[in-house]
Design a protein around this ligand. Structure first.
Ligand SMILES: Nc1ncnc2c1ncn2[C@@H]1O[C@H](COP(=O)(O)OP(=O)(O)OP(=O)(O)O)[C@@H](O)[C@H]1O
Ligand SMILES: [Mg+2]
Length: 226
């Protein structure tokens, strides 16, 4: 059977002011369904770049990405977008919440965009916000939340449609140790209870070590950490 996720020979460079910056230099990686993976690496090593490619948000210059045998970068744009919305949940380094909506509305948004029942979506959004410890902040807008709270809203939103794959870019970056540990716990729970495969970029050594598989991005390649 095809692997859940297979990355082969992925290259990606940026071009800025006539200079080329080679970031991904032949990444090769296989992830099986249900894995919970941490990805560490120095600042600027290309972790966010790689997560964008994994999430089909950005095409590499060369290389392939297969989900359960399907070659993503050979699909047309509409099919990729459909696949991404259905299968992948993102928590970005900057959380991109919609400023005019409340926390609960932001979390429910992915379901509302798919025209799911509003009452069901709202109930689920409130449950998820409770899970990330924001039961008392449901009706705050992003401008009325702290950075760490906004990040937790973004995590709840990413879980709204129970994606097959969760990609989280430093989900505990702005959090105090206790709240960060709560998020780690939640990641382990959604992995175990919902079978969500997750790749978590982190600078947090404790989190990285607490996850079953550890990867490092270094010199443009992904290698086993430790
Ligand atoms: N749009 C862009 N144009 C030019 N260079 C870029 C662009 N985006 C990122 N880079 C460069 O590519 C490299 C990798 O960036 P990336 O954001 O993937 O790093 P990272 O590992 O996520 O770092 P951090 O831990 O600080 O978040 C960096 O050196 C960055 O300066
Ligand atoms: Mg980054």
């Amino acid at each position: 059977m095809a692997a859940f996720l297979e990355v082969n020979n992925v290259f990606k460079s940026y071009f800025l002011n006539g200079k080329r910056i080679d970031v991904l230099k032949g990444v090769k990686l296989t992830i099986e369904k249900g894995e919970l993976v941490s990805l560490i690496g120095a600042s600027g090593s290309g972790k966010s770049t790689f997560l964008h490619v994994l999430g089909t948000l950005d095409a590499p210059a060369a290389g392939t990405l297969h989900f359960e045998g399907r070659s993503v970068f050979e699909m047309n744009d509409a099919d990729v977008a459909e696949f991404r919305n259905r299968s992948i949940g993102f928590v970005f380094q900057s959380h991109y919440l919609l400023p005019e909506f409340t926390a609960a509305e932001n979390v429910a948004m992915p379901a509302l965009l798919q025209r799911k029942d509003k009452a069901v979506a709202t109930k689920r959004a409130r449950e998820l916000l409770d899970r990330v410890g924001l039961g008392s902040r449901m009706d705050h807008r992003p401008g009325e939340l702290s950075g760490g709270e906004s990040q937790r809203v973004a995590l709840a939103r990413a879980l709204m449609l129970e994606p097959a794959l969760l990609l989280a870019d430093e989900p505990t970056g702005n959090l105090d140790p206790a709240t960060g540990e709560g998020i780690h716990q939640l990641l382990r729970e959604v992995n175990k209870d919902l079978g969500i495969t997750a790749v978590v970029v982190t600078h947090n050594e404790t989190l990285a070590r607490s996850l079953p598989r550890r990867l490092r991005l270094t010199n443009g390649k992904v290698v086993a950490a430790d």
